[in-house]
Design a binder for this molecule. Structure first.
Ligand code: GCU
Length: 684
């Protein structure tokens, strides 16, 4: 299938893009520091730099346009190079070299040149000497993709930065300038795919009217190297097509999908493919007809195959096939290893439960050697304080990669934290997670520190007096969240529904046990934690033997996973010499002290940050401190009813009583989650 467009349409599209870019450039010169410029705060240059490019195309025009507008150095030459070196770097790879004072960007493809242009600008913005460059880059994954959980009505599932960026009511005739800004931001960090809609997908997403809207977005994103994908509802043939079944082995069903796919590609020739959540949390799927996940995925994959499309089939399933939810995805998917077609990628969340502040990696990774797997990270902070808490997630994602080589995987997906808020992500520092996801999807070997530094330098200032202390805050921030929310391997003790605050006592009559905190923490008079060893659910056995032995023994289990794998007596002696109870108290206190420390570092940063963003971050940090107190008091006061032990020295007296805390109610899934306002005596 040819990806080329008719010349007339192409010209129109290019005009639209150039106009968009021009409006954007003009607009950013006059914008206040409201966070809307993300890390792309380049100043427009006054002199016209010499950008040399012997050919023309929409993608290369964006690359040359960015350099012409923002590159402050000397001559830059963009060259397509088909030598063996550039072949080895693949389509998205590139080189940046200096010859006789000219910077040469070389790549096999135009997309590579686009990434090279953004790389060069990044170096400039980070204050790096560009006089002698010898850079070769090749991404580890060729699919680096954001998953938007956006609904057709403009809401976002687990979104904390306003409403959806996609204005479905206005599309395709009204094109928001933010679509170009979005594409540009993604391209600048190497993201090359976007799933536009929620995994809990409405069948309507595939209606012809909607596909026209999707096409408008795809046309805007294309020159930025971004392909569009859609989440689809497995029952679409019934709900949209009027068929009596969605059985993947029914020929009418397969033919319905083939026709739909043909329609999609007639509008969007470079459409990426489908993301599917099937037989999970009430979503329809092949198991409804006694078929396997592989049979369902393969039917869709066959329809997409002639066009080069793929299926990303999610392994986030937990129908009660076993008494331990942490084991269920493995139990359901491992037997299907080797049964998926070659354009199916099974998309697995990083941990076995659900994006907790800390989880061990999902044992499915490494257990399906004959299946292409990709990792799904959650960029949006569903379980890490929404957009109120500063939690830089690169260290968490690096921790996942520390267990095996990233190159075993085929791709990386990130559940986006982007909405229509002026600053895109709610918290100015949440932008760093979007940034870090893209950078790590390109190269998982990059260090969290380097990514933090380059993000800080571009987003705020290169001044070391700012970058160094704030790098430190960012690096420590995720561990602080773990400490004040769920230390030592505790997990899923969140409040019902919104997953923002603590509710370890939560009981909902009739609810699935594995949706309730007591199922996970298992607190009783003897101790705390979920026994996943041989004497318990034996989830450890799903890990390779060497690791199972480490996790399975109380002595060798890393303390950060202790209560994930073991039910531990309250008086058990920890490595620090403290009892489990004292250590728990110490960790909650340490988390609270850390965020108090972050707050005071940020206070000192005011000379280096514009007043607007300084005040916005300060406000959210106040909420974070207040929430850390809430978490500490709620969890310790509640667990104390089981341990019946005293607080050790050095632990702040609880501010809130358990009785008061049990009364706290938040509006479920409220976007702003004004937790502080609702706490008894909470800090605003
Ligand atoms: C979590 C989240 C849901 C989401 C689901 C998924 O359970 O709370 O909102 O739909 O993950 O990943 O499918």
């Amino acid at each position: 299938m040819s990806a080329s467009l008719e010349p007339g349409i192409e010209k129109l599209m290019i005009k639209r893009i150039l106009l968009g870019l021009f409006i954007y450039v003009a607009a950013i010169s006059s914008k206040a520091e409201d966070g809307s410029r993300l890390w792309l705060r380049y100043d427009t240059v006054n002199t016209v730099p010499q950008i040399e490019c012997g050919f023309d195309s929409p993608v290369v025009r964006v690359a040359a346009g960015e350099l012409s507008s923002f590159w402050k150095g000397g001559k830059v030459s963009l060259q397509l190079m088909a030598d063996s070196k550039h072949y080895s770097l693949g389509n998205d790879g590139y080189t940046i070299t200096t010859h006789n004072g000219v910077i040469c960007l070389g790549s096999l493809s135009e997309k590579g040149l686009l990434y090279a242009a953004y790389h060069l600008l990044r170096l400039q913005e980070c204050g790096i000497d560009c006089s002698r460059l010898d850079i070769s880059e090749k991404p580890v994954y060729d699919i680096r993709i954001l998953n938007h959980w956006d609904n057709p009505d403009g809401t976002i599932e687990r979104g904390y930065a306003g409403r959806s960026l996609w204005k479905w009511d206005e599309l395709p005739s009204v094109i928001s300038p933010r679509y170009v800004s979005y594409a540009r931001a993604n391209a600048s960090i190497g993201i090359n795919g976007t799933v536009l809609n929620n995994v809990n997908a409405s069948p309507e997403v595939l209606s012809t009217d909607n596909l026209e809207k999707v096409k408008a977005l795809a046309d805007i994103f294309r020159p930025y190297g971004i392909r569009v994908y859609l989440s689809v509802n497995f029952a679409s043939p019934i709900k949209l097509g009027g068929l009596p079944t969605a059985d993947p082995l029914d020929e009418n069903v397969a033919s319905w999908w083939r026709n739909k796919v043909r329609e999609v590609y007639s509008l969007i020739p470079d459409f990426g493919g489908f993301l599917v959540k099937a037989n999970s949390e009430g979503q329809p799927g092949p198991c409804d007809y006694g078929r396997t996940h592989a049979e369902g995925a393969n039917m869709l994959a066959s329809a997409l195959k002639p066009y080069g499309g793929i299926v990303m089939w999610r392994a986030f399933v937990y129908s009660p096939t076993d008494d331990d939810r942490a084991k269920q995805a493995y139990l359901e998917f491992k037997p299907l290893d080797g049964k998926f077609l070659d354009n199916v990628i099974v998309q697995v969340k990083n941990g076995p439960i659900d994006f907790q502040p800390r989880e061990p990696y999902s044992p499915l990774f490494g257990a399906m050697p004959h299946t292409q797997l990709m990792v799904e990270f959650q960029v949006t902070q569903e379980y890490l304080g929404h957009s109120n808490h500063l939690a830089y997630l690169a260290p968490m994602w690096k921790e996942f990669y520390s267990y095996f080589s990233p190159s075993c995987l085929r791709a990386a997906a990130g559940v986006a934290n982007i909405g229509d808020d002026t600053n895109w992500c709610g918290h100015d520092f949440a932008q760093s997670n979007w940034y870090a996801f893209g950078r790590l999807a390109w190269n998982p070997e990059l260090s969290s520190e380097d990514i933090a530094r380059e993000w800080l330098a571009q987003t705020f200032t290169t001044d070391e007096k700012f970058v160094s202390p704030m790098e430190d805050v960012m690096i420590k921030s995720r561990e602080a969240v773990v400490d004040y929310m769920m230390p030592l391997g505790l997990h899923h003790i969140f409040a019902w529904g919104h997953h923002y605050g603590p509710e370890p006592w939560c009981e909902i009559p009739g609810a699935r046990p594995d949706w309730l905190p007591a199922y996970y923490h298992q607190a009783d008079r003897t101790g705390l934690g979920f026994d996943r060893t041989e004497t318990g659910s034996n989830a450890v056995s799903q890990y390779p033997d060497s690791l199972a032995a480490v996790f399975g023994s109380l002595e060798s289990c890393p303390e950060e996973f202790l209560l994930w794998f073991h039910h531990v007596p309250w008086k058990y002696e920890m490595k620090s010499g403290r009892t489990l109870w004292d250590e728990l108290c110490f960790r909650y206190q340490r988390g609270l002290d850390s965020v108090r420390g972050f707050r005071s570092v940020w206070e000192d940063m005011s000379p280096y940050v514009d007043a607007e963003r300084h005040a916005a971050v300060s406000h959210r940090m106040d909420i974070q401190v207040s929430d850390a107190i809430w978490w500490k008091d709620a969890c310790l006061e509640y667990f104390r009813t089981f341990s019946r032990m005293k607080y050790p020295k050095g632990i702040d007296k609880p501010v809130h009583s358990l009785k008061e805390l049990k009364k706290v109610r938040l509006p479920i899934d409220n976007y702003t989650c004004p937790a502080a306002d609702m706490l008894p005596g909470g800090v605003k």
